[in-house]
Design a protein around this ligand. Sequence first.
Ligand SMILES: [Zn+2]
Length: 170
Amino acid sequence: MNELKLSAIPGMHVDDCTDSSCVRCRVLTPANLLEVDTWLDNAGVFTKQFYENVAGELVITGLRIGERPGHVVAKFGNTIVRHTGGRHSVRPTSHPTGELSAAEWNERYPIGTPVVAYPGFRPEDDPHCTRLVTKTRTKASTYGGHTPVIWVEGHGAWIALTHVDPTEVA
Ligand SMILES: [Zn+2]
């Protein structure tokens, strides 16, 4: 009965979901990986971060759900569906997650690319944030297997790619 109540709550479904056996569905992104992992853990579902070799780097590209061999794999951008009865499946949707992987960055931007970097907050979150007009000094890589980062000139630690904006060259 709980499941019926859950399915009536708006905002619990994505993609205009009309699957009548779906209790809740949600898109997996790098940003909500831990939250989704906890959501599944709390339901007693086995999960494991899914790694792949991307351009020579072992990085997390999604989540394995369920014990082998009956498991499914949700990649970032896919939709995880919880069905009545507690089964999970994956809709192979591809929602842009809004985040570039290190490999995607390196494909587009060479070392030395002019950027504006925000080591702390982004301006959307703090209008008085630190803003560095600089250049990249390394290729992007993936910190801890999950966070794409890069080093820029004039700053001594890595900065998340989500805090580094390439400067438009006219
Ligand atoms: Zn749904």
